[in-house]
Design a protein around this ligand. Sequence first.
Ligand code: SUG
Length: 447
Amino acid sequence: MSSIEVNFDGLVGQTHHYAGLSIGNHASLYNRNGLSNPKKAVLQGLKKMKILLNQGFVQGIVPPQPRPNVNALRALGFSGTNEQLLRYVGKTSPLLLSAFSSASSMWTANAATVSPSADSRDGKVHFTVANLNSKLHRSFEVLTTSSILRAIFNNRNYFCHHNALPQQSDFGDEGGANHNRLCKQYDTQGIQLFVYGRKAFGNGIVPQRYPARQTLEASEAVSRLHQLNPQYTIFVQQNPVAIDSGVFHNDVISVSNQYLLFHHQYAFLNQKSVLKQLFDKSALLELPFINIEVPESEVTMQDAITSYLFNSQILTKSDGKMLIVVPEECRRCKNVWRYLNNLIEHISCPINEIQVFNLRESMQNGGGPACLRLRVVLNKDEFSAVNSGCILTDYRYKQLIKWVEKHYRDRLHSNDLVDPQLLNEVYQALDELTQLLMLGSIYDFQQ
Ligand code: SUG
């Protein structure tokens, strides 16, 4: 196989806290105002990366964004020194301060949609930064995400970067979290499966309780920008019942790897027809599509949401078999754990190993293993063109652990966000981090 899938994990930022900002995301709402531990959070993510690195997987790193976002607050008319501004916003609009301080860029599955060169007409890897416009706190990630991705994938011969779609809900786009790819090998033509929550124009079924974050129109725009072959591109709707039950992104109810799609019985609207399309297109490409549909009778939708079974990473090992990376919550859920252990015993199932990680700090805001990573398929030449500072090595891991020990607090509450010292700590830490990851000056405060 001459291409590999590299997972670029987001490092959790120093302002990681629980603010209840995401309607439709139960974990975020239920844990509102809890006490967070940013140090533990970043170490939990780093441990996942390091263990996967030790097993031979290539692991990328995406740095956090500067928060509280004082520049964005100034653009809303708040003024004074940073200290005065933070105290004033904290006193008059604490929720606004939380939103502008969220460490949500850690969930890099939402950073962008990425299409590998094997699927694009111009033979380049395409990136479209997600506009994340359904949530205020997430919509501020866009510009810095764009700078970061351009600094990591900084070579026009191989990488093509697109700006985010218009910042308006008709073009709501949540990036890779609503996008799956099926392929025989990573470097062969794949089928790109875009999953939307609603149509912006025309009629259609929509969820009643919670917002659908992704529109069909946004997904179509991304596929055009990425120069995908329409013959191998599919747009399907996520089951509105799933959204109303708390499945705010498709990666909470389905996940793919290579020729495997692992999903819940109620993941998609008109699921039979979705699967038929996938089988038909797979046949055209001689792609040995394997469909694992988990029945409601074995794992209920609620079990799937609390355990984050489908927010797993499925990774191809060197022997061709697959590993499933799940959060600790899967082991705690009896039905899910039984299902998974039965699954890997099946001779026809490509997954033959389960690995469990404790990602509790991120999970309590609704972010499991798959939310924390952005998948980028790269061939050898493309991989050599990636900024090597952002690829994890044993040495860089040790440096990052030292960096965390030096800069991260081990407890944080939303009330602490007014502390101007926290902002200084963030600037100092991020300045050092950009050197460690060889990124140059990517943040506003470094200009
Ligand atoms: O957008 N949570 C994130 C979780 C994103 C998970 N990503 C994927 N499924 N790919 C969200 O809802 C909560 C922040 C808070 O409430 O403090 C939050 O933004």
